[in-house]
Write a protein that binds this ligand. Structure first.
Ligand SMILES: *[C@@H]1O[C@H](CO)[C@@H](O)[C@H](O)[C@H]1NC(C)=O
Ligand SMILES: *[C@@H]1O[C@H](CO)[C@@H](O)[C@H](O)[C@H]1NC(C)=O
Ligand SMILES: *[C@@H]1O[C@H](CO)[C@@H](O)[C@H](O)[C@H]1NC(C)=O
Ligand SMILES: *[C@@H]1O[C@H](CO)[C@@H](O)[C@H](O)[C@H]1NC(C)=O
Ligand SMILES: *[C@@H]1O[C@H](CO)[C@@H](O)[C@H](O)[C@H]1NC(C)=O
Length: 179
């Protein structure tokens, strides 16, 4: 192959790859829901399973959720912020207080397991840093099962409301399918 042919071949592949990427973007799925994270109260949906003793006299998020603390959650995901609105799935997984100084942040390792609608029986996996005091936090979607098999994407989280340690978090998730 001479130089011109190689160049044409390269251009063809580049244009093909770009059009595949565009098609995948056009087919992106947008999912919106609210997560109910309730570590407080008599029926917590998130429980602290490890960490150093918490200093009750200290103030701030870092003191309430001490560095090194690990929580296990099984949080309801609903269509609207009302806890009694349609249940679309559950967020099951772990979060850990991973910031020692500066911005308070959690390491999120969780799965969204969908139980109704078009995604019933499918799940997404999220791994990422969550600086919870920021207005919008972005976390990568690293894969999924069912209709989301081999998917890639990202989740945007925004705190809708807080009541002491309990929070309702709005999530907008964009997932690009694999094909
Ligand atoms: C979107 O995905 C479907 C299969 O789920 C496929 O048939 C269709 O061609 C895709 N559309 C675009 C624009 O890529
Ligand atoms: C608990 O926090 C308070 C206020 O920040 C501090 O004065 C105290 O030394 C801390 N106690 C321990 C055991 O770390
Ligand atoms: C959900 O609960 C709120 C009050 O907490 C109530 O106003 C509303 O009617 C309830 N909605 C449904 C669909 O039950
Ligand atoms: C979701 O799927 C399960 C198992 O296939 C089924 O039992 C259930 O009725 C479905 N739920 C909805 C709301 O479609
Ligand atoms: C999600 O999208 C809605 C509108 O589609 C917007 O009002 C909301 O702020 C978004 N939330 C996040 C966390 O991006």
């Amino acid at each position: 192959m001479d130089y011109t042919n190689k160049l044409l071949c390269f251009l063809f592949v580049a244009v093909f790859m770009a059009s595949v990427t565009e098609a995948r973007k056009r087919n992106a799925t947008h999912i919106q829901f609210y997560m109910h994270d309730t570590p407080g109260g008599p029926n917590p949906s998130a429980v602290r399973v490890a960490g150093q003793p918490i200093n009750a006299t200290a103030s701030g998020m870092g003191a309430m959720f001490g560095f090194g603390s690990i929580y296990v959650m099984d949080n309801a995901l609903t269509m609207t912020p009302e806890v009694n609105s349609t249940l679309i799935g559950r967020a099951q997984g772990l979060y850990a207080v991973s910031s020692q100084e500066g911005e308070f942040s959690l390491l999120m390792t969780l799965t969204y397991n969908f139980v109704s609608g078009a995604y019933n029986g499918s799940s997404l996996s999220i791994v990422g840093r969550n600086p919870v005091m920021n207005e919008v936090r972005e976390m990568p979607v690293v894969g999924g099962t069912g209709v989301f098999r081999l998917a890639r994407g990202f989740a945007l989280a925004k705190t809708h409301s807080m009541n002491q340690v309990d929070a309702i978090i709005g999530y907008n998730v964009t997932v690009i399918p694999y094909y």
